[in-house]
Design a protein around this ligand. Sequence first.
Ligand SMILES: [Zn+2]
Length: 190
Amino acid sequence: MTRTGRSSIFSGLVYCGDCGAKMQCGSSDNGDPRQDFFDCAVHRKHKEKCPAHFMRASVLERVVLKHVQAATDHILRYEDHFRAHMEDQMRLETGEQVRVRKKKLERGEKRIAELKRLFMKIYEDNACGRLSDKRFDMLNQNFEAGQKALKAEAAILQHEIEVQERQDENIEKFIQKALWDRYPRRVRPA
Ligand SMILES: [Zn+2]
């Protein structure tokens, strides 16, 4: 935040190329927004520790915008290649994550089945008098709580697996969004 109360969209994201400290956003004495700038926090306090590092906010914005446009241009030019590459990447990543989650889900389901078997056992023990009603109630409550937690966890895992298996659609949405933002008049393919 500058003394004029303005802040840049890049505030907190800019680091000094010389000393690595954060660059702070500031305004010139006349308060002209075109002269808002970033300078090195270390340089501000200890001039001997870091040489002047200074950049106009407007220059930074132009440079970043140019990079973003170059990236979307690149995606557009090599759309098929980009799509294939992203899909490969996602497939590798989500494939591994899905495998891990499915294993976890399998373990959870095994544990739920195990609890059911144990429950049947204490139920029988209680029915034939081997287990007191008081003890049975206590164990039963533990089982129910455990069962509930395991089922909730299984539901979350199931949901996460479904989300990851839909990643391919997300890549397509990302490409379309990047391109339509940049080229709104582009003819939408049939
Ligand atoms: Zn510096």
